[in-house]
Design a protein around this ligand. Structure first.
Ligand code: ADP
Ligand code: GLC
Length: 484
C-alpha cells in the first residue's frame, strides 16, 4: 500500500513530545514490511538550521485556501533510505523560533491559519507529485483538517479523491480551538461550521471536524480509547467518538528500540542489558555527578522527563516531593519545560535541596537518555496519558515506573505483587499528593527491603517487547480494510 503521513512533528526533524517519536518510527516499520511510505512536515526554522541534507523539490506550489491563494515551496530530504520526507516551506508561518508557541509558552495567534494551510498544502503536494496514496494518516488537531479537505474539496478526476484517511488522536486535551473568524481562511466551507462537524461553542474545533470526516479514528492505547468515550477524560469529544462506533479504536504505540535500548544507546556513557547491569550503576554515578547529587549507588534515584503541562500531574508531585525527600532516603532528577510556575518550582527545589534534588529546565535528548539509564525509578503521575512513551522506555532501561493508573500507563505497566515479586512497576489510582507519597514510599521500601523483588521486576521489565512489530500490523489491517 501507499501511505502518506502528514504531521506537525517527526523525530529527528522536530520534536516537542511523543508524537514525534511515533511519526519518526511507525513509517519506518511500515516501509520495512513492504509499504511505500512518505512523511510530510512543515519546514520549520529548526529543520532549516538542523544540518539535514535537503533539496528543493517544487520551487513553487499554489495552495488555494478558500478565496486566497498562497504560494509555497516544497523541499525533500536527500538520500532518504526507505521513507521519503517532504517539507512544506512557507516562511510566513513556519520560520519562527517556536513550533506551536512563543518563548513565553503562548500559542501563536495564527495557529488556525498555519495548520489549515499546512493540511491543505500537504494534499496539494500529493496531488501534484507522483505519489497517489491509498491512505493518508494524520495526527492530532494540527492535521485533522486533512480528513475534511479530502472529502469536501473538488479534486476533479484526480485519484486523490479516493484516498482514505486515518486520524490518530495522540492527545484529546489539545483540540485546536480557534476563534470563529479564522474559519473563513481555511476554505472548509461554512456549511461544515455546524456542531456535528467543526463548530463547538461558537468556535472552530479542528479535532472535532477531523473526527467527523476521518474514515477511521484511532488513539494510542486501548485503555485511553475507552476513557475518551465518556466523562471528563473525553474533553467533550465522547459523543462524537461514540458515534464512530467500530471506526474508533485504540492501538498501543510501539517504540523504536534502535534509539531507546540501553544495550545500543549512543547517548549514554555506558551500555548495559539485563544480563549485565554494571553499566547501569555507572550511568547512575554519572547522573548523580551531572546533577550534583550525593554520589552513592545505594540511594534510590527517581527520574522525571516531561513536558510541564497540566496533563502530566507534576503539580501533584510538587505538593509532596519535599516531604518525600525529607522523610525518605531518596534522590530526584527532573528534566522538563513548559509551565513557568512549575519550572520555577523545580528549579527552586534543586537549589533548596542541593545534593538530593537536581533539575534541568529545557529540552535535552542526551539528558533524557541519561535519566532513563541512570535512575532506579521513573515517575509519571499523569492526570491522563494517551499512551506515554517514557514509561515504556523506562521498562527497557530497568528503571521501574511509578505511575498513575490511567490510559497507556495502565496498559503498559504491571502492578508489583508484593507476595511474588511479579510486575514491572508501581501504580496508584487517586491523583493526590498522599497517594503519590505512599506509592513512592512503597517503591523506596521495596528497593531497601526486598532487593530480590527489585531484581526480578527489573529483569521482567527489561525483556518486555513494545516494539512496533505488533502495533504496525494493526495499522496495516486498518489501512487494508479501508482501501478494499
Ligand atoms: P508526551 O508526548 O505527552 O510529551 P510521551 O511520554 O509520549 O509524552 O513522550 C515524551 C517524549 O518527549 C519522550 O521521548 C521524552 O523523552 C521526550 N521529552 C519530553 N520532555 C523532554 C525534555 N525536556 N527533554 C528531552 N526530551 C523530552
Ligand atoms: C501524546 C500523549 C502521549 C503519547 C504521545 C504519542 O503527546 O500525551 O501519551 O505517548 O502523544 O502518541
Amino acid at each position: 500500500m501507499k501511505i502518506a503521513f502528514i504531521a506537525s512533528e517527526c523525530d529527528p526533524f522536530v520534536k516537542t513530545g511523543g508524537l514525534a517519536d511515533v511519526v519518526g518510527s511507525l513509517p519506518l516499520e511500515l516501509a520495512a514490511s513492504g509499504n511505500k511510505v512518505c512523511v510530510i512536515l512543515p519546514y520549520y526554522r529548526s529543520i532549516k538550521s538542523g544540518g539535514f541534507k535537503i533539496d528543493m523539490f517544487f520551487e513553487s506550489m499554489c495552495v488555494w485556501m478558500g478565496d486566497k491563494e498562497e504560494w509555497c515551496a516544497v523541499k525533500k530530504l536527500k538520500d532518504s533510505a526507505t521513507v521519503e520526507f517532504y517539507f512544506i516551506e512557507f516562511d510566513e508561518y513556519f520560520d519562527r523560533e517556536g513550533i506551536y508557541c512563543d518563548n513565553a509558552n503562548n500559542d501563536y495567534a495564527d495557529n488556525a491559519k498555519r495548520y489549515s494551510f499546512f493540511s491543505r498544502a500537504a494534499l496539494q503536494l500529493l496531488k501534484d507529485m507522483d505519489f497517489k496514496p491509498d491512505i493518508v494518516h494524520v495526527h492530532d488537531w494540527q492535521t485533522a483538517p486533512v480528513c475534511a479537505y479530502l472529502k469536501i474539496w473538488d479534486w476533479g478526476e484526480n485519484e486523490i479523491a479516493d484516498t482514505k484517511s486515518v486520524l490518530t488522536i495522540h492527545n484529546i486535551g489539545y483540540q485546536g480551538v480557534h476563534p470563529a473568524d479564522t474559519y473563513n481562511y481555511t476554505g472548509l466551507r461554512w456549511e461544515n461550521f455546524v456542531s456535528s462537524k467543526f463548530e463547538a461553542h461558537g468556535a472552530v474545533n479542528f479535532l472535532k471536524g477531523g473526527i467527523y470526516f476521518a474514515d477511521i479514528v484511532t488513539t494510542v492505547s486501548p485503555a485511553y480509547a475507552k476513557e475518551t468515550l465518556f466523562g471528563e477524560q473525553s474533553y467533550g469529544m465522547g459523543p462524537y467518538l461514540y458515534e464512530k462506533g467500530n471506526k474508533y479504536v485504540g492501538i498501543l504505540n510501539g517504540v523504536d528500540y534502535s534509539q531507546w535500548d540501553p544495550s545500543v544507546d549512543r547517548h549514554i556513557p555506558f551500555n548495559f542489558d539485563h544480563s549485565n547491569m554494571s553499566g547501569k550503576a555507572k550511568c547512575k554515578k554519572v547522573l548523580q555527578e551531572r546533577f550534583e547529587l550525593e554520589v552513592n549507588e545505594k540511594i534510590p534515584l527517581l527520574g522525571v522527563v516531561s513536558r510541564f503541562a497540566h496533563q502530566k500531574g507534576l503539580d501533584i508531585l510538587a505538593q509532596t516531593i519535599e516531604a518525600v525527600l525529607n522523610s525518605m532516603e531518596v534522590q530526584i532528577v527532573v528534566l522538563g519545560s513548559g509551565d513557568k510556575e512549575l519550572e520555577n518550582y523545580y528549579f527552586g527545589l534543586s537549589e533548596r535541596m542541593k545534593g538530593k534534588a537536581g533539575c534541568h529546565i529545557g529540552y535535552s535528548n542526551e539528558l533524557a537518555h541519561l535519566i532513563e539509564a541512570g535512575s532506579d525509578f521513573f515517575v509519571m503521575p499523569s492526570r491522563y496519558e494517551p499512551c506515554g512513551l517514557n514509561q515504556i522506555y523506562s521498562l527497557r532501561y530497568g528503571t521501574l515506573p511509578i505511575v498513575r493508573n490511567t490510559g497507556g500507563l495502565s496498559d503498559t505497566v504491571e502492578q508489583y505483587d508484593e507476595k511474588t515479586g511479579e510486575g514491572t512497576g508501581f501504580k496508584f489510582d487517586n491523583l493526590t499528593p498522599n497517594s503519590l507519597y505512599d506509592t513512592i514510599g512503597w517503591a523506596v521500601s521495596t528497593y531497601f527491603d526486598r532487593p530480590y523483588h527489585m531484581k526480578k521486576m527489573i529483569k521482567t521489565a527489561m525483556i518486555k517487547d513494545f516494539s512496533w512489530k505488533n502495533s504496525s500490523k494493526k495499522y496495516e489491517e486498518i489501512y487494508r480494510q479501508l482501501s478494499r
